[in-house]
Write a protein that binds this ligand. Sequence first.
Ligand code: B12
Ligand code: SF4
Length: 504
Amino acid sequence: MYSKIYLRLEPLGLELVASAARGVGHDVRLIDLQAETHKDYFRWIRTWSPDAIVFSCNYLANVPEIIDLAKATRVLLPDALIMVGGHSASFTATEILRHGDGSIDAVLKGEGEPVIVAVLEAAGQDRANLHRVPGVQTAAGEGPRPTFVHSLDAILPARDLLRHRRKYFIGVLDPCASIEFSRGCPWDCVFCSAWTFYGRSYRTKSPECAVEELSRIKESGVFLLDDVAFIQAEHGMRIGEMIAKRGIKKKYYLETRGDVLLRNKEVFKFWRKIGLEYMFLGIEAIDEQGLKQFRKRVTLSQNYEALEFARSLGVTVAINLIADPSWDRDRFRVIREWCMEIPEIVNISINTPYPGTESWRTEARRINTRDYRLFDIQHAVLPTYLSLPEFYRELVETQRVLSIKHLGLAALREAAGLAVGRLLRGQTNFVRMLWKFNSVYNPKLQLADHQQPVQYEISPPPEWEERIARGALYVHAAGGRKGRDIDNATEAFVEATRMGAEQA
Ligand code: B12
Ligand code: SF4
C-alpha cells in the first residue's frame, strides 16, 4: 500500500545478483514487477525462453504472487531452473518449496552475489546436487550456511538492465536511484530481521568505491539503503568530503537512529550541506510504556532531543510509530493529537511479527491469520482489542489526518510548485502520489483483504518461548566482533544501546 502512494524504489539487491551472474558470462535480463506487469513478464518468458528464472522475495507479503508466477512459468518452460532468493525467502525456504509443489527447484538463502554464481555453475554439471552448494535449499536437502560476498566493493549493480528507471521515486525525490554504503546492522531489535539475516555483522563499502558508484548515477535523487546511516562517523564523513571534492550534486534520503544522529552530529550537518533532504528516524513510540514494549534502549528525552536536532538541520524529517493491535480509541486519539503538534511527517505501521525476527518466537499473542499477503505491517495479524472494523477505522483515520497534515494547505502550495517543475521534466510520479490516498487507504478495503480466499498458508510460529537462542535465527553465520567494521568506541556504544545486551 505504502509503495502505491509514497514511493517506488529500484530493486538494488536484484541488480547486484544480476550483475554477479552477468560477470561470469551469463546473458541476464531483469524485470521489476513494481514497474511492469505480469503480462510483460510472460511475454518475455515466451519470447526469450531463459534457462533459469530467479525471483527476488524480500517481502513476505509477496510469497503467494511468486509461487503463482513460478507455477505458471513451470507450465511454459518445463525444463527451466526456477529459483527464489531474497530476505523473506531465506527465512521461509521450506515453506516456499512446499507451496511450489515441484515448480520451484531451489531457494537461495542469504546474500545473492556468491550463491547465484555457485548455483548456476553447479546446475551446469549436476542438477540433482544443487543442495550441496552453500546457501541452497532444495527438496533434496540443504547446503551449508551461505557465504558473504568477499567485499562490498567487488560488484557494481547492473542498473542498465532496468527498463523503467524514471518510475523510481520517493516523495519529491523524483526520479530517485538507490545506493548502499554499508550492509547489516550491529543492533538487535526484537521486531526486525535485518540483523538476523546478516548474523549481526556490519560491513562497509570503501569511500572511494561508494563515491565512484554515486558519480555514475544519473538520477538527481538518491535513496541511501543502509539500515542505519553513518554508524561510524569517520566513514560517513569521508564519503561526504569526497562527494564535496568531486562536486557531485544530488539530493539524498537516509534512515538512521536517534542516538546515532546525536552521537554523530557533525556528519549529519556536513551531509545537509552536500544535499541531505530527507531523514527517516525510527522513533517507534511516544511514551515510556511503548518504548519498553519494543525494548528500545532509548529514553523519550533522547528521542525528542534527536527530533529537535534533526529539525535544526532544516531537513524534512519522517518518523515511524508502531501501532499495537491492543490500542483502543483513546490511544489512537492521543497519537493523532501528538502528531498534529509536531512538524514531522509521521508514518504509522502495525506491530507485526515476521519469521526471522525474535518477536516471531517470543510474542505471546498468537497470529490470527495465516495469509502471507496480510504481513505487510499495514494489516493487523495479531488479535485486536477493538473490533477489526473499528481498529481499521481508527488506523485509517489517523493515517488520513497525518497525510492531510503533511499535504495540508501550506504543503500543497509548496507541492504545487514542485509538481509543475517535475511535470515540465516529464516526471509524473510525485504528482500522481498527491491524489491517490483515498483510493488506497480505506478501512473497507483493509477489512476485505482479510476475507480473500487463502491458497498458501504461512506456518505458524513454533511453541511460544520467553527467550530464544538468538543464533538460531541467523541466516549468515555470526562473525562476532570481527564481523563488525566499527571501532571499539562505536562497538561499546552499540553494546550500551542494543536490545539484547542483557542476554549477550
Ligand atoms: C530499502 C528497504 C525498503 C525499501 C525497498 C526498496 C526496494 N524497491 O527494494 C522500501 C522503503 C520501499 C521498503 C518498504 C518496505 N519494507 Co523494507 N527494507 C528495506 C531495507 C532497509 C534494505 C533492503 C535493501 O535494499 N538492501 C540492500 C540490498 C542490496 O539488499 P537486498 O535487497 O536485501 O538484496 C540482497 C539479498 O537479500 C539477496 N537477494 C535479494 N533478492 C534476491 C534474489 C535472488 C534470486 C537471490 C539469489 C538473492 C537475492 O541478495 C541481495 C544482494 O546481496 C530492508 C532491511 C534489510 N537490511 O534487508 C528492509 C526490509 C526488507 N523491509 C521490511 C518491511 C517490513 C518493509 C515494508 C512492509 C514496510 C512498510 N513501511 O510498509 C515495506 C514493504 C514494501 C513492499 N514492496 O512490499 C522488512 C522485511 C519484512 C519481511 N520479512 O517481509 C525489512 C527486513 C526491515 C525490517 N526492519 O525488518 N523497504
Ligand atoms: S537498529 Fe534495530 S530496527 Fe534498525 S535495522 Fe538495526 S536491528 Fe533493525
